[in-house]
Design a protein. Sequence first.
Length: 234
Amino acid sequence: MTSAVGFAILALTACSATPPGRPAPRPDAGREQMVEEQIESRGIKDPLTLAALREVPRHEFVPEASAGEAYGDFPLPIGHGQTISQPYIVAFMTEALRPKPGDSVLEVGTGSGYQTVILASIVAQVFTIEIRAELGEAARRRIEGLAFRNVGFGIGDGSGGWPEHAPYDGILVTAAPGAVPQALEEQLAPGGRLVIPIGTGDQQLIRLTRTAMGFERDALLPVRFVPMAGETRR
């Protein structure tokens, strides 16, 4: 049995599949080029994922000095030894999670909040946990400033999940533990999917799907993520 990991709740906002009051995004040539050249050309087909990537202003989620590189095909530093993943990896992980309108999703590792908002553009509710308080607070302000109202924010060790709001239709993890934390497996709904990088050297992105017989495991892609911090990372 695993024990719940306590953390501070920054904010819990009302569930809304279409966040109210959010202005329509302005057309952006950089986003469109990013999607066409980096995402669609490499086989990402899910229309909800592609629409979210076209909508969300990625330059809002990187340091001001890096804004001119926000739509490049590479990760960027966001401070505290962390990075925002390259757009293709964000797209790949989102599509692999198979999110749907109406889903409740847990994200472990808020970072800059970019992946959070991609998910929040698709599903009904996102709960996101960041172990670094400065990053989590900055992401909360950024996301609320973009008028999303379907994200709950927490600060703490996300390897223990967020049991109060489980079960989840999807769990997406943006840092790599050595093995899948048992708590995350336990918090998946039947049919739910967990997308997570695994490994302490060479890493593999995997997807676990909860079935009536247990878990189906798919190896998806070699990746390189920052190590997962926290006491229960296994």
